[in-house]
Design a protein around this ligand. Structure first.
Ligand code: PFF
Length: 451
C-alpha cells in the first residue's frame, strides 16, 4: 500500500465536522473566552473577536485543511512535501512545540473540570456565596496534590482515546458530545438571563463600548480566535490529512467556525447576566467560570443534576481538544521519526505529566518562580495564544499567499473541478495581504514600535 492509501481517514461527513469542532470547542470557549471578554471590555471584545474569526480564523482554517488534505501528512511533512524544501518543515516543528506548551496548562484546567464534576456530585456548591466559592476555588487550585491527581487522570484518559486510534476514538467521542453541550448551555442561558439584574450582564456582553477598544484588546481577541479555533499550530493541518477527497473543505471550515463561535457566545450569555446579578467581578480572570456557574446552579431548579452534567460535558469537550492537540505531536513523531504511535503516545504523555505538574505547582507552592513576571501557567498561556499561534498563522498566510500556487489551492478546494469555488479572490486577498500585514502590525505595536 502507498503512504497515502494506508493513512486512516475520518468516516462520515458529520464525523469530520464533529471531530474538527470537537477540537475547536473546548475550554477555550467555556473557560477562556468569558474571562478574556470579562477582562477586555465585554462587548468591545466580542465585536473584535467576531471580526478576527471572520477575517483571520476562517481563511486560515480553510488553508490549514487544504494543506493537510493536499499533503496527507503530519504538520511538518505537509509543509516539506508541498514546498519541496526543508525550511518550511520548521513551521511544523513550531506547531509541535506549541502543542506541548498548550497542553502543559490545558491539562491542568481540564483536571479542574474533573474536580468540579466530583464537587457537583458531592453537592458542594449548595448554599455557598460567590465569595465562598471563590475562596474554595483558590484553595483547590493552589493546592499541591489534588490538582495533580486530576491532571494525571486527564492525561491518562487522553492517551487511552489516542491509543484506540484516530477514527474510532476521536470521531465517536466528538459525535455524541456536541449537541448535548449546546443543549445544556441553552438551559444555563435561560436561567442566567432571567436572574434579577441580568440585563446589565447582557448589556456588558453585547453592547460594545468603542472607547474600550485598545491594542491589548485587539491582541487578546486575535489570540483567542486562534486558540478557540485550534489554528496556527498545525492541528487543522493534521485533521485535514484525515479528511476524504470528496469532502467540501470550505463548508467544513464554515461549519466548525460557526459552531465554535456559537458556543463561545452561549457561554458568555450564560455567564455575564449571572455575574452582574450576583455582584461578581467580571474581570477576575481564570476563576470566573468556576465561581459563577456553581452559583447559577445553586439558584436553579434541577441545579444539582445540571451541575454534574455541565462539568462532565466540559471535561469531555476538553478531552476532544486534548486529543487533537496530542494528535499533532503523535502524527509528527510517528511519521517523521518512524516511532510506533503507541510509543509516541506513552512517551509524550509522560513528558506532559511533568510539564503540567510544573504548571499546576506554579499556581501554588511554585508561584515565586516567574518568567517575565508571569507564573509558568500564565507564561505558557500567554506565549501560545498571543505569540506562537498568531506567528504560525502569519507563516501559513505567507505560505499560501506567496509560496504555494493559488491554482493548486483552488484545485484542492474545488475537489479537482468537481465543486465551484466561491469567493476565491477574496480568500486569496485575505491570505496574501490582510492576514500577514495585520498580524505584523499587531506584533510591531506590541513591541512598542509605534509608541
Ligand atoms: N480550541 C481548543 C479550545 O478552544 O479549547 C484549544 C485547542 C485545541 C487549541 C487544539 C489548539 C489546538 F490545536
Amino acid at each position: 500500500m502507498t503512504e497515502h492509501s494506508s493513512r486512516i481517514k475520518f468516516g462520515s461527513k458529520f464525523g469530520i465536522v464533529a471531530a474538527a469542532a470537537g477540537s475547536a470547542v473546548g475550554l477555550g470557549n467555556i473557560w477562556k473566552f468569558p474571562y478574556e471578554a470579562g477582562q477586555n471590555g465585554g462587548g468591545a471584545f466580542l465585536l473584535i473577536y467576531i471580526l478576527c474569526v471572520l477575517l483571520f480564523g476562517l481563511p486560515i482554517m480553510v488553508s490549514e485543511l487544504v494543506i493537510g488534505r493536499r499533503a496527507h501528512a503530519n504538520v511538518s511533512g505537509a509543509f516539506r512535501q508541498l514546498s519541496g524544501t526543508n525550511h518550511w518543515a520548521m513551521v511544523g516543528l513550531l506547531g509541535v512545540i506549541t502543542a506541548f506548551l498548550i497542553l502543559g496548562f490545558y491539562f491542568v484546567v481540564a483536571g479542574w473540570s474533573l474536580e468540579y464534576v466530583y464537587q457537583a456530585v458531592a453537592n458542594a456548591f449548595e448554599r455557598k456565596t460567590p465569595m465562598q466559592l471563590s475562596q474554595a476555588f483558590s484553595d483547590f487550585s493552589t493546592d499541591t496534590f489534588r490538582p495533580l491527581f486530576w491532571t494525571t487522570i486527564f492525561i491518562c484518559c487522553t492517551a487511552f482515546v489516542l491509543l484506540a486510534g484516530v477514527k474510532k476514538g476521536i470521531e465517536r467521542t466528538s459525535k455524541i458530545l456536541m449537541p448535548f453541550l449546546i443543549f445544556i448551555l441553552i438551559l444555563l442561558c435561560v436561567r442566567s438571563v432571567t436572574m434579577p439584574n441580568g440585563n446589565e450582564g447582557l448589556k456588558f456582553f453585547f453592547a460594545p463600548d468603542f472607547s474600550k477598544i485598545t491594542p491589548t484588546v485587539i491582541l487578546s481577541a486575535l489570540g483567542q480566535a486562534f486558540f478557540s479555533l485550534s489554528l496556527g499550530m498545525g492541528c487543522m493541518i493534521t485533521y485535514g490529512s484525515y479528511i476524504r477527497k470528496d469532502n467540501n473543505l470550505t463548508k467544513t471550515a464554515l461549519h466548525v467556525t460557526s459552531v465554535d463561535t456559537l458556543i463561545a457566545i452561549l457561554a458568555g450569555t450564560a455567564i455575564f447576566p449571572a455575574v452582574f446579578s450576583l455582584g461578581i467581578n467580571p474581570a477576575q480572570g481564570p476563576k470566573l467560570v468556576f465561581v459563577t456557574l456553581p452559583s447559577v446552579f445553586s439558584h436553579m431548579p434541577g441545579g444539582y443534576i445540571c451541575a454534574i452534567l455541565f462539568f462532565l460535558l466540559l471535561a469531555i469537550a476538553a478531552l476532544t481538544s486534548t486529543i487533537s492537540l496530542q494528535e499533532v505531536i503523535t502524527a509528527y513523531v510517528s511519521e517523521e521519526f518512524h516511532w510506533q504511535r503507541k510509543k509516541v503516545i506513552v512517551v509524550s504523555s509522560l513528558v506532559l505529566i511533568v510539564l503540567s505538574s510544573l504548571c499546576s505547582l506554579s499556581l501554588g507552592i511554585g508561584s515565586h518562580y516567574t518568567i517575565g513576571g508571569k507564573t509558568l501557567f500564565d507564561f505558557f498561556d500567554f506565549t501560545t495564544s498571543k505569540f506562537l499561534m498568531p506567528l504560525g498563522g502569519f507563516l501559513i498566510s505567507i505560505f499560501i499567499g506567496w509560496f504555494y500556487k493559488a491554482d493548486e489551492v483552488k484545485d484542492e478546494l474545488g475537489n479537482h473541478g468537481k465543486l465551484p469555488v466561491k469567493l476565491f479572490s477574496v480568500y486569496i486577498f485575505l491570505m496574501r495581504f490582510f492576514v500577514p500585514l495585520a498580524i505584523l502590525l499587531i506584533f510591531l505595536n506590541e513591541l512598542g514600535t509605534f509608541s
